[in-house]
Ligand binder design. Structure first.
Ligand code: RNT
Ligand code: ZN
Length: 409
């Protein structure tokens, strides 16, 4: 089937071997937090900050051992190059509060990542699920002690990120997302943003090695209980990032449903060396459903591939579902991302761009429809085969569930 597919694609000027080779080189940063419903290991408490996991599927990982065992199992069923994306709340054995975290609380993660040939580690300050989220605010809080606590947390995270980069021999993306906002119509939209700006300036005053650490800011339109206003909005962060030479992170669950991240990627690529992503699936008010092989995901992958940005767009996953088998959720989302990248790698982009420039819009439309039916599935199967995997992964996950996860009462 693959040989036949290869010949079919060749007729369109597409080299399937080149596509397979390239796909293996595109890193996808897999989030640790799908495994434990974003609870973390530092006892911060119930998930807060406008994000929620729903469902009671049994077997949530409750500690470092269970979580790493699950990550190991899940990663073994994921093709391609994988990075591990950690949150600060996954500190191991921390005896101090988040503003004083040090690399040593993360050394077990480095050991784990090295032992499992993980390509790099990415990091996120955790500014939710903690007593110092006061009245829903962190970096934009009017309470100076609270604001300072979170500034110090972010500064500590930059140091930890530097440690990850050095240990792993690969740059670390640090992504700042805060839950700050208001449920109802604000009396003042500017002052909280000025406080956030001041906090970011203070965080950036830390000397960190830019060749090792890429700092990003993640905007959001609204959260659950934070419907009317978020301090870290899209315009706020894009302007902040541009003026301060840092990076934007686009989470495709964080915009109006008719606004597309696939369209934002090339807009930012015109100005930035790097664009970070949280790939997720928004459903009505939720921004965190499991990623599936759907149209917008394909469109995102196309923008990465056809703009030659596979090393410029930092792809990270961000979803959490507690109503289904957590490993299956993890693997399904990661495979959907990989599949979308492959699908994009197999399209005749040069030909299509030429038709666009020549204003041959009829031909472009017809070709666009025609290539949708090309045998990408056969190439995907071949990719899995070369990665020592098959299309089937659920039976193995079910067996793991029966053997190991069932014991977690
Ligand atoms: C929340 C943001 C944020 C979190 C993770 C856990 O809406 O998307 O990125 O999901 O950091
Ligand atoms: Zn996100």
């Amino acid at each position: 089937m693959y040989d036949k597919a290869k010949r079919v694609y060749a007729q369109y000027g597409v080299d399937t071997e080149a596509a397979l080779k390239k796909l293996r080189e595109i890193p996808v940063s897999v989030h640790c937090w799908q495994g434990d419903d974003v609870v973390g290991l530092d006892g911060g408490g119930a998930l807060s900050g406008g994000i929620q996991t729903t469902g009671n599927y049994p077997g949530r990982a409750r500690n470092f051992e269970e979580l790493t065992a699950d990550i190991k199992k899940a990663f073994s069923l994921m093709p391609g190059k994988k990075r591990l994306n950690l949150h600060a709340s996954y500190a191991v054995g921390a005896t101090v509060d988040r503003d004083q975290y040090e690399p040593k609380y993360f050394s077990p993660w480095v050991k784990f990542a090295k032992e499992n040939s993980i390509a790099g580690i990415d990091f996120n300050p955790t500014m939710f699920s903690h007593k110092n989220v006061k009245d829903g605010l962190t970096l934009s809080s009017p309470d100076e002690n609270i604001r300072k606590f979170w500034v110090d947390h972010c500064k500590a995270c930059l140091k930890i990120a530097e440690y990850f980069a050095t240990e792993m021999g690969s740059p670390c993306l640090v992504n700042i997302w805060i839950p700050d906002g208001f449920k109802d119509i604000p009396a003042d939209r500017l002052t909280p943003r000025l406080r956030l700006k001041k906090s970011l300036d203070e965080i950036l005053s830390v000397k960190y090695d830019k060749s090792k650490v890429t700092l990003a800011v993640e905007s959001k339109e609204f959260g659950i209980g934070v419907e009317s206003y978020t301090v870290g909005s899209n315009e706020f962060y894009q302007n902040y990032a541009a003026k301060n030479d840092i990076c934007c992170l686009l989470d495709n669950g964080h915009y109006h449903p008719l606004e597309y991240v696939s369209d934002k990627i090339p807009a930012l690529l015109a100005f930035y060396d790097k664009v970070a992503l949280h790939v997720t699936r928004g459903v009505r008010w939720d921004s965190d459903h499991v990623v599936l092989f759907e149209d917008e995901l394909k469109e995102i992958a196309k923008e990465i591939v056809r703009n030659d940005a596979t090393q410029k767009v930092l792809i990270g996953l961000d979803y959490f579902d507690a109503s289904i088998n957590r490993l299956a959720a993890w693997v399904t989302g990661q495979r959907a991302m990989q599949k979308a990248l492959l699908y994009a790698l197999l399209l005749p982009h040069d030909k299509m761009k030429t038709l666009q420039d020549a204003a041959q819009f009829t031909e472009l439309m017809v070709l666009g429809e025609e290539v949708k039916d090309l045998p990408a599935g056969a190439v995907w199967k071949e990719y899995l085969k070369r990665e020592n995997l098959t299309e089937s992964y659920l039976p193995e996950i079910k067996a793991y569930e029966n053997e190991i996860v069932k014991e977690r009462k």
